[in-house]
Design a protein around this ligand. Structure first.
Ligand code: URP
Ligand code: ZN
Ligand code: ZN
Length: 464
């Protein structure tokens, strides 16, 4: 099967030029001007951008959480991702207390295998780490799971103490792997939540009012400090506030291998969403919470100047009617998370490139290349180069869409609302190619369940 993409403007994290791309056996074989080659299929990309497929390094499909399970499984979630121009996701396997991480990996392989529309990898969430199981971490790395997520939040559920964090970090550093950190002081936040509940505060907005940004900043500071001593690169996930960003910036300025992602929800939404009428605010209950609007400008500056390296989604959807209502009488019981995997590329393009915050190259870096480098899949993924997997998005910079749960071009996620309902975007993926196969064409999914493959990721090799 061969494919020729003609006349496009190819944009990578560093290049910007017009050329044709010839693809065979799932990979990019030739890039050149006016290629005169026969191919099984020819696509004309005149007037369009040709981007590397998006990489979303933070999704939660089929995740048991908050007394329920996230609404997208690996089939529906990856299909929705593909519609939005994302051709690789990295999800999270979860080790529960006392369980082997290797058994946890088997469980997540079973959830995903044969179901995905696009390629996928796993980070491993560790909830405890007895000394006699530390050796498993090397085995995981050998099996292509080269990053972990640890939680300073959610005491009693996913939380790990500083001793466990240090032990896991030291071993991860020795093995050449990466630690992802949910950095918030969950112990203090739990105390604030307890008091709010005792005072009869039940509405969704109290989710945000009980999670001060200072407690996120404290977590970021502590995570980076422990990582510095343990000798491991640390990647702060879903960074939401200026206070937290300051801590990353300071650490990077003193030469620490500290990295961070933010998410569209923190770039485009703010605290006022919790004040929507009735229970509506529950749609935006996620952790960290949405912040005051002025933080958004700081996050954009962080992306522009390199203190934030990546934009992921933290896609963790729960249906409003059947799942968010678990917390109708108590904000602390609302399942934490929101959908977004499908809308990331268009939102960041529209809000970043069209608004003049970031260049086209930076857009590619933030939505694809940086994650590939951070998580051991570059240059197989994350760029357009001879030898790379042919994961490509032909992107129409002029196409306008209004994001809505009712728009068949913007919502394929299995959840009954869209976080960005009513947002207008200019610039939209037209054709999505995964390893040389066209899987989305003009809003139509033409791939098939099981097209995606597990990605054995390599060790950390530096993102500077
Ligand atoms: O609210 C969120 N973020 N839910 C998903 C779990 C996590 O903390 O990433
Ligand atoms: Zn988290
Ligand atoms: Zn998450």
């Amino acid at each position: 099967m061969s494919l020729l993409i003609k006349n496009g403007r190819i944009i990578t994290a560093v290049d910007d030029y017009f050329a044709d791309i010839y693809i065979e056996d799932e990979t990019i074989k030739i890039i050149g001007k006016d290629l005169d080659i026969q191919a099984d299929e020819v696509l004309d990309a005149a007037g369009k951008f040709v981007f590397p497929g998006g990489i979303d390094p933070h999704t939660h499909f089929d995740m048991p959480f908050g007394g329920t399970t996230s609404a997208d499984d690996f089939e529906t979630g990856t299909r929705a991702a593909a519609h939005g121009g994302t051709t690789t996701i990295i999800d999270f396997a979860i080790q529960t207390k006392g369980q082997s991480t290797l058994a946890a990996l088997d469980t997540w392989h079973a959830k995903a295998q044969g179901k995905t529309a696009i390629d996928y990898g796993f980070h491993m969430i560790v909830t405890d780490m007895a000394d006699d199981r530390l050796h498993e971490m090397k085995k995981l790395a050998d099996d292509g799971v080269t990053s972990y997520k640890l939680f300073m939040a959610y005491p009693g559920v996913l939380y790990v103490d500083d001793g466990t964090i240090f032990r896991a970090m030291r071993k991860a550093g020795e093995d050449g792997t990466v630690i992802c950190m949910h950095a918030e002081n969950g112990i203090v936040i739990d105390e604030i939540v307890k008091r709010a509940r005792a005072e009869g505060k039940t509405a969704p907005k109290y989710h945000a009012l009980t999670r001060p940004t200072r407690m996120e900043a404290e977590g970021v500071h502590r995570a980076i400090s422990i990582a510095e001593v343990a000798g491991v690169p640390v990647y702060i996930v879903h960074l939401s506030s200026s206070d937290a960003l300051e801590q990353v910036t300071q650490a990077r300025n003193r030469g620490v291998h500290a990295f961070a992602e933010t998410c569209p929800q923190y770039l485009f939404l703010d605290y006022t969403y919790y004040e929507k009428p009735g229970f509506e605010g529950a749609k935006y209950v996620m952790t960290p919470a949405l912040r005051d609007k002025w933080n958004q400008e700081k996050l954009w500056r962080g992306l522009q100047f390199g203190d934030l390296q990546s934009v992921s989604t933290d896609h963790c959807p729960f249906c409003f009617k059947d799942q968010k209502t678990l917390g109708i009488d108590d904000f602390s019981k609302i399942p934490n998370g929101a959908p977004g995997v499908e809308n990331r590329m268009a939102l960041v393009y529209n809000g970043g490139v069209n608004s003049g915050y970031i260049s086209l190259n930076k857009f590619v870096e933030l939505t694809s290349t940086a994650a590939a480098k951070m998580f051991g899949i570059f240059p197989k993924k994350g760029t357009i180069a001879v030898g790379s997997d042919a994961d490509i998005v032909i992107f129409d910079p002029n196409r306008e869409e209004t994001i809505s749960v009712n728009n068949p071009c913007t919502h394929h996620m299995r959840v009954d609302y869209n976080t960005y309902e009513g947002f207008q975007v200019k610039g939209f993926p037209e054709t999505v190619v995964s390893r040389g196969k066209v899987i989305v064409q003009s809003c139509n999914y033409i791939g098939k369940k099981g097209d995606g493959r597990f990605l054995k990721r390599g060790l950390y090799s530096g993102l500077h």
